[in-house]
Design a binder for this molecule. Structure first.
Ligand code: HPA
Length: 238
């Protein structure tokens, strides 16, 4: 048990999928895991542990934004000894070539947040994905033929912004998409010596204003979960 998670010791698996939305956590557990049991419902931040290919996997919702994700990820790492964290979320594309429904795999996460500046006393840490997970992601994407972009994302503190020119500098530097959690996930995983990777489906396009329907989001979300499970629990001899 930790401050925000009621799971007992040993009830959370070393591999944890991290959607923002509690109902997505439930959907993943019901649709993709066998023998899933709910291990958290404090604040309705639903968490489950079940089996995938016979191996234990957990799924824990994180809420939106870095402060919320940081609470859950800190406790998963510090109190439950999680080892592999796979964020499964959505993002807004910042480049024309990146289309809605594509997958973005976050190699690194830039940020407009001050969270890490406090931690690093004004210096800049570069939050980076785990290379082994990235390698597995690259292989899994090649096998399933999904359209995926590997690169830098912007972890932003804001979803709605009055000031659209603020995107231009990120766009000019090739940042693929905006989301709100990855920089904190990568920083905490580095601190605790765990592996982390963010997989993001493009739900909307910051430049064109295009966005996906709820049904399309659900479909691309399902493909992304299959990829995340393949990365977290790779089948042997691959
Ligand atoms: N900005 C930030 N986070 C997001 C977006 C966005 O446009 N789309 C999905 N998550």
């Amino acid at each position: 048990m930790s401050l925000h998670l009621e799971a007992k010791a040993g009830e959370i698996a070393p591999v944890v999928l991290l959607p923002g939305d509690p109902l997505r956590a439930q959907f993943i557990a019901e649709r993709f895991l066998t023998d899933a049991v709910r291990v958290n419902q404090v604040r309705n931040a639903l968490g489950f542990t079940g089996l995938y290919r016979g191996q234990r996997v957990s799924v824990q919702s994180t809420g939106m934004g870095m402060p919320s994700l940081s609470i859950y990820v800190h406790e998963l790492l510090h109190d439950y000894g999680a080892k592999v964290l796979l964020r499964v979320g959505t993002c807004g594309a910042l480049q024309q070539k990146v289309r809605v429904r594509d997958l973005v795999v976050a190699l690194s996460a830039s940020t407009d947040s001050a969270m890490n500046r406090h931690v690093f006393a004004g210096m800049d840490f570069a939050p980076t994905a785990d290379f082994e997970l990235l390698r597995r992601a690259h292989q899994a994407v090649a096998r399933c033929g999904a359209t995926a972009w590997f690169g830098n994302v912007l972890t932003s503190d804001t979803f709605y912004s009055d000031d659209s020119p603020q995107w231009q500098t990120w766009i000019r530097h090739g940042v693929l998409a905006a989301e709100m959690e990855t920089a904190a996930l990568y920083t905490l995983s580095a601190r605790f010596g765990a592996r982390a990777l963010s997989l993001l489906t493009v739900s909307d396009h910051v430049i064109t204003g295009e966005h996906t329907s709820a049904e399309e989001r659900q479909r691309s979300f399902g493909q992304m979960i299959e990829l995340a499970l393949e990365i977290g629990v790779p089948s042997e001899n691959r």
